[in-house]
Design a protein around this ligand. Structure first.
Ligand code: SF4
Length: 270
């Protein structure tokens, strides 16, 4: 475990942060856990700090099954929050989530902890977006402490090893981060779909249903059919870039077809 500038180990600094934060809350701290490695470390630090806590988990319905089993086995006491509407129904109603419009995070992951003092395992290193989050966020609606925000990946794994913490078996395969299967923000989406073909098919079917229900909308009417919409979503491109490229391809194939046709006409001597 790395030593900080104050000469303390990072875990002791994190525990101090938790102690200070817990003083602000009349209720037990609300641990927002995904049961991933970072959540496990944050949970363990809260337990070590000895302050009252509850573990909460937002069930998205598209978590890797291995992570769900891990949570059931090691945290049967966790309070699980189920969505009012499944992601598949939501897609029919709201369209597909994208990198720029991640509405599902808001509806499936960020609904819990209102009026509470929340603990998360998020870290600056994880993404450019997370790099901008401060360690502590005190707000009226929901406050946050991210006690391991300045930890590196190595810090996390060395803490897990030193404290002999259990972790989800997927980390021993080719997954280094766990989250919703098929998330449009994931750089691993195609690999995830290979490993979990049933979930891939569920995304696919939801896309086709969404197209059928919403094809009168201007944005969706730009696709020829649900399959083209599915291909667009898998491409990760902006709709105008994707449909633009497809139009060019269609123009090219029309041109080729037209050339072939006139050649045939010439050969036939018509
Ligand atoms: S699929 Fe991605 S964007 Fe949607 S809830 Fe899951 S992590 Fe958030």
């Amino acid at each position: 475990m790395q030593i900080t500038l104050e000469g303390k180990t990072k875990d002791l600094v994190a525990i101090e942060r938790i102690h200070e934060y817990a003083k602000l809350s009349d209720l037990p701290l609300y641990i927002a856990s995904s049961f991933g490695k970072d959540s496990e470390v944050a949970t363990h630090l809260v337990i070590r700090s000895g302050v009252p806590y509850e573990i909460h988990n937002q069930v998205t319905g598209i978590d890797p099954p291995e992570l769900v089993y891990f949570g059931r086995k090691y945290h049967p006491e966790a309070i699980r929050h189920y969505p009012k509407e499944s992601i598949w129904k939501l897609i029919e109603r709201k369209g597909l989530p994208t990198r720029r419009n991640r509405w599902c995070c808001q509806l499936l992951k960020e609904t819990g902890g209102i009026g509470r003092f929340v603990i998360t395992g998020i870290r600056h290193e994880e993404s450019a977006r997370r790099a901008k989050r401060p360690m502590i966020e005190i707000r009226k609606r929901k406050s946050f402490l991210h006690p391991i925000i300045d930890w590196t990946l190595l810090d996390v794994w060395s803490y897990i090893e030193t404290n002999n913490l259990p972790y989800c078996s997927l980390y021993d395969t080719s997954f280094d981060r766990l989250g919703c299967i098929g998330c449009p923000l994931s750089s691993n989406q195609s690999y995830e779909f290979k490993i979990y073909p049933k979930i891939a098919e569920a995304w696919h079917r939801a896309t086709l249903r969404c197209f059928e229900k919403r094809k009168d909308l201007h944005t969706i009417s730009r696709f020829k059919d649900g399959e083209q919409m599915w291909r667009w979503w898998l491409s990760g491109k902006r709709i105008d870039h994707f449909t633009g490229e497809n139009m060019v391809q269609m123009d090219l194939s029309n041109e080729i077809a037209a050339k072939r046709c006139s050649q045939e006409v010439m050969e036939l001597g018509v």
